[in-house]
Design a protein around this ligand. Structure first.
Ligand SMILES: [Zn+2]
Length: 114
């Protein structure tokens, strides 16, 4: 089945072209939360009524060993961080797909041996 090899190789090439710019990738996920200032009389933080201030944005990164690092993200960097997180997720997805394709290719090539 030479066709299958050609097909798998073409799919792999296509996946490689979908690979994001690796120099931008960031791990983690972006969270938002409201914060309370605890200033007396603040109408945003009024007990039971106010929603607090914000939202503020936080980059949450899992460091392993149940350790999570939370890094505040300034508003003007939020979009960039979001894109970098997407690039990382996309990279991981494509890596898995290419690895899977290569596994198929390996099996095909084994079967094709004389
Ligand atoms: Zn407040």
């Amino acid at each position: 089945m030479k066709d299958k090899v050609a097909q798998l190789t073409a799919s792999r090439k296509q996946l490689r072209q979908q690979m994001p710019d690796l120099s931008t990738i960031l791990p983690g996920s972006l969270l938002s939360r409201m914060v309370r200032c605890n200033k007396p009389g603040c109408r945003f933080c009024e007990k039971g009524k106010g929603k607090g201030h914000g939202p503020i944005w936080i980059l949450s990164v899992n460091l392993g060993n149940r350790q999570v690092r939370q890094i505040p993200v300034p508003n003007e960097l939020r979009k960039e961080v979001e894109e970098s997180l997407r690039a990382f997720a996309q990279t991981q997805k494509i890596l898995k797909q290419i690895a899977q394709l290569n596994l198929e290719l390996f099996k095909e090539r084994k079967h094709q041996r004389p």
